[in-house]
Design a protein around this ligand. Structure first.
Ligand code: ADP
Length: 465
């Protein structure tokens, strides 16, 4: 949800554009819903809940100290890097952990106060992993679902976490735990067994003993996008006009390469830029031959690692343009800001090649958005380490840790003939259309509504012939 001030200076809440909100519309139209969340501001007095047509928004307040410890510290300084293969060293700090517990409790207490008798609560993402068990302790009558939008690491990495049992017990308080990929669900099940917390095999685990034993569902539910909205963009006259203007401003290069990411060290932006540089040098290309647009959305600017990443990316962009560009014709057009919806859609339209090259990504919705926005052409270069690669397996898949492979993938994408582009893109489009954001939300919530009464494999009686 977005907070906006109206003409009289009063705050109002609007649904943010994006897959999650679209996905939730089908749900909120059916039943009354409270959206409990933090708006990213600190030291602002708690606001009263307010209602839109769809939902009641219940803001959670935070002090700047809590924000720094809970959000920048534990969530983004410890859990985020740990869950992304520890490609940066996670920093573990007891004070951050205390704040993480405090904020999780605040969310749990608020949810407990709002949820109807026998209702459902859907908890989202790595910031709130303790909330399921805390909420269960307060409200035994409700069904609790948890969905992790980011990867869940293999046991040997997760075990580095000083509070590993607390986090696992927090999650195991849910009735349904959803991950982006089957491998993440397997990691979670393996860890539960290894720590002696739960038994059984996917998709049903048993947690606890004796009369407190409970079954819970642990499964994968790949996140998706509001496909129709992106499809419509490819024929929207305003988007097409903006795309034409953009192409003209770039000087009508023969090929346009696009990167769109939050500025995050997991996204592989610098590896992609280096591959672009190598290709330009090796093939003696100019900005008339190929131009790259790299959009980086400012993210977590209070965290040191993110400031360093920004410096790194901007240094490479500067070097490439300084060494290889011409006055009035840079090879890379770099934007460090958030784009308006139409501008983003226009970029998807002009991009002959989209490069999505994270070192690790739970899903990566940009890859799906690009595909949904195209018709019969365009090439997606996609990291094998993005969750989206499972569904989008006819993209040009690449290992982003292998610099030569990135150069080859980009070269191949730029040289791909029209027939192969069409074959691959049609396949990818079918894959994206087959599983939309609404499917994702419906499947999760349908599972959450069902009691988890599937018998364990070893309880099944085998019937003779
Ligand atoms: P992450 O959740 O890690 O940021 P995703 O690719 O899954 O990565 O989702 C990013 C979302 O942010 C997409 O829906 C995309 O459209 C949006 N987005 C990315 N870049 C921009 C931008 N520059 N301006 C506006 N929205 C953006």
């Amino acid at each position: 949800m977005q907070r906006r001030l109206d003409d009289d200076g009063n705050a109002e809440w609007l649904p943010s554009p994006g897959g999650l909100v679209t996905a939730m519309e089908g749900v909120t139209n059916r039943q009354s819903t409270a959206w409990i969340g933090w708006d990213g501001t600190a030291d602002v007095p708690a606001e009263e809940p307010s209602s839109t047509d769809l939902i009641t928004v219940v803001p959670i307040p935070m002090t700047s100290t809590e924000c720094s410890a809970f959000y920048h510290g534990l969530s983004n300084g410890a859990l985020w890097p740990l869950y992304h293969d520890a490609i940066r060293r996670p920093s573990f700090n007891d004070e951050d952990w205390d704040a993480y517990r405090t904020i999780n409790r605040r969310f749990a207490e608020t949810a407990a106060a709002w949820v109807a008798p026998g209702g459902m609560v859907w908890v989202h993402d790595y910031h709130l992993q303790l909330m399921p068990a805390m909420l269960r302790a307060l409200r035994r009558d409700v069904r609790i679902g948890f969905f992790l939008h980011i990867p869940f690491p293999p046991p040997e990495l997760f075990l580095q976490l000083p509070w590993r049992e607390d986090v696992m017990k927090g999650l195991l308080g849910a009735d349904v735990i959803g991950f982006q990929e089957p491998a993440a669900a397997s990691n979670f099940a393996a860890l539960s067994r290894r720590l002696g917390l739960a038994q059984g095999d996917l998709p049903v685990l048993q947690y606890g003993d004796g009369y407190t034993a409970r079954r819970l569902r642990v499964d994968s539910y790949p996140a998706s996008i509001a496909v129709e909205a992106f499809e419509a963009a490819s024929t929207d006259p305003e988007v097409l006009a903006e795309a034409e203007e953009l192409r003209a401003r770039l000087g009508h290069p023969k090929k346009i390469v696009l990167g769109v990411d939050r500025l995050d060290y997991t996204k592989g932006i610098e590896a992609r830029l280096e591959a672009f540089r190598t290709m330009v040098v090796e093939q003696s290309l100019t900005a008339e031959d190929v131009t790259m647009i790299q959009v980086a959305v400012p993210s977590r600017e209070d965290v040191d690692l993110y400031r360093q990443e920004r410096e790194h990316v901007e240094r490479i962009v500067g070097e490439i343009n300084g060494q290889l560009g011409m006055v009035g014709a840079p090879l890379i057009h770099y934007l460090y800001r958030s784009l308006g919806r139409q501008e983003l859609l226009a970029m998807y339209q002009v991009a002959d090649v989209a490069m999505v090259t994270p070192f690790r990504d739970g899903m990566n919705l940009v890859a799906k958005e690009y595909v949904a926005s195209r018709r019969d052409d365009g090439v997606l270069v996609l990291s094998e380490f993005a969750g989206a690669a499972r569904e989008l397996d006819r993209a040009v898949l690449v290992n982003p840790f292998d610099g030569r492979a990135l150069v080859n993938a980009l070269t191949k994408a730029l040289a791909m003939n029209a027939d192969e582009q069409r074959d691959r893109m049609q396949y990818l489009r079918r894959a994206v259309k087959a599983w939309t954001a609404s499917d994702w939300a419906s499947r999760f919530l349908d599972d959450l509504a069902k009691p988890c009464d599937v018998p364990f494999a070893d309880e099944l009686t085998l019937e003779g012939p």
